[in-house]
Write a protein that binds this ligand. Structure first.
Ligand SMILES: [Zn+2]
Length: 394
């Protein structure tokens, strides 16, 4: 096994399930073990390591490779450290078969973590490291649930604090807002500059309760909702298909949950559905809620549409003409950037003013599955591609 594959195997063996998916204090919960392990790995490669607490026992890890000269730009390598849960303990036992490594997080996204850390540690050992570019590995917590790690990072002054004891004037000259964040997600080693946003909407209908034997005296909220569902899944879905984004295709809508009524012999006075809506870059939560309310009204349907997400998950659209993005594309031999349909930390970092792209080995089709795996050849190729870009930086 290469050092990158070995690192990935060690990461898979350290459970870091997002606590949102487990009972309180479950032994597999949290990113702490992975963060501590990576702190030791990067520190021994000569990187400066720091933790940024997000929740008690859950911290972003920042490991920084300083350039020899004055810092003129900053690049972030930013994969997440958490994973989804497993159905079987064996998913924490990395297993190699037919050129693949199996285990929870192999592709989403410990494969990216191993690729990024391995490239950065290798760069730290060479004398072709950039002279004026600092590169910071940022291991983020909580991507799989509420992206608290990336949200905390952009809220904080973490970048400024990295300067430690430098004087104020020095600090001003030395620390910069990152010029580019490379967020790690399985993109099959394509550079991604756009992804869809994600909304969870709650749609409610109200009726009037009545005895089941005399339904003519009531108004059935479930029946009303059945027409709402139909309009959303046919008319609205078709309308969304009309608007195409060059990298993302069209927005989508999907009704995921429904609940209404209490028992068969009562006409239900309330029904609620949960709707997944994937957005294009110019669509906001407010605009989508207004749009759906108006469409339902036009069909004679009265329903209340609200957002269920605590924090916004907007779409990502980074200008592919930015010099660093073009340089990355050139280094990996990709003519034009790509888009993906899934939401990730990149949009949160971009919302905080950091130009962000997504890149990493693996296929999202394997993410969150019972037999998650990654191709070891692709893992290695990812490290080489990233290293080529990092070495090309001044
Ligand atoms: Zn992921």
């Amino acid at each position: 096994m290469t050092s990158t594959a070995k690192l990935l195997a060690e990461l898979i063996a350290l459970p870091s399930v997002n606590p949102a998916f487990l009972p309180a204090l479950h032994p597999h919960a949290g990113e702490g073990r992975v963060a501590e392990f990576l702190a030791a790995v990067t520190a021994s490669a000569g990187l400066d390591v720091e933790f940024q607490e997000v929740f008690p026992q859950r911290s972003n890890l920042l490991a920084r490779l300083r350039p020899a000269g004055k810092i003129r730009r900053t690049i972030l390598l930013a994969p997440h450290l958490d994973t989804v849960n497993v159905a079987d303990e064996k998913h924490f036992v990395p297993t190699r078969r037919h050129g693949r490594l199996y285990g929870r997080g192999a592709c989403d996204t410990k494969g990216c973590v191993a690729t990024f850390v391995s490239a950065l540690c290798e760069l730290a050992k060479t004398n072709s490291r950039p002279r004026e570019t600092e590169i910071i590995f940022v291991g983020l917590v909580d991507e799989e649930n509420a992206q608290a790690g990336s949200r905390a990072l952009v809220r904080s002054s973490a970048f400024r604090r990295l300067g430690g004891s430098a004087s104020t004037s020095l600090r001003k000259a030395e620390f910069q807002t990152p010029d580019l964040a490379i967020v790690g997600e399985p993109t099959q080693l394509r550079l991604v500059t756009a992804h869809k946003g994600s909304l969870w909407l709650r749609v409610e209908t109200r009726g009037q309760a009545a005895h089941g034997a005399t339904p003519q005296f009531g108004r059935n909220a479930v029946h009303l909702m059945s027409r709402v569902v139909d309009v959303l899944e046919t008319v609205y879905a078709e309308r969304l298909r009309q608007q195409q984004h060059p990298l993302l295709g069209h927005a989508t809508v999907s009704v995921g949950t429904i609940a209404g009524g209490t028992q068969p012999n009562i006409v239900p006075d309330h029904c609620v559905i949960g709707v997944d809506r994937r957005t294009l870059p110019d669509e906001t939560e407010r605009r989508v809620c207004r749009e759906i309310t108006a469409l339902l009204k036009a069909h004679g349907l009265d329903a209340k549409v609200t957002s269920q997400k605590q924090s916004p998950c907007p779409a990502l659209e980074t200008d592919a003409e930015q010099p660093l993005v073009r340089q990355f594309l050139r280094c990996i031999g990709q003519p034009e950037p790509a888009g993906v349909h899934y939401f990730c930390d990149a949009a949160v970092l971009a919302g905080g003013g950091i130009p962000s792209v997504v890149f990493g080995p693996g296929d999202i089709a394997q993410a969150h599955t019972a037999d998650e795996w990654i191709s070891l050849a692709e893992l290695e190729r990812g490290k080489e591609m990233l290293l080529r870009f990092l070495k090309s930086l001044p």
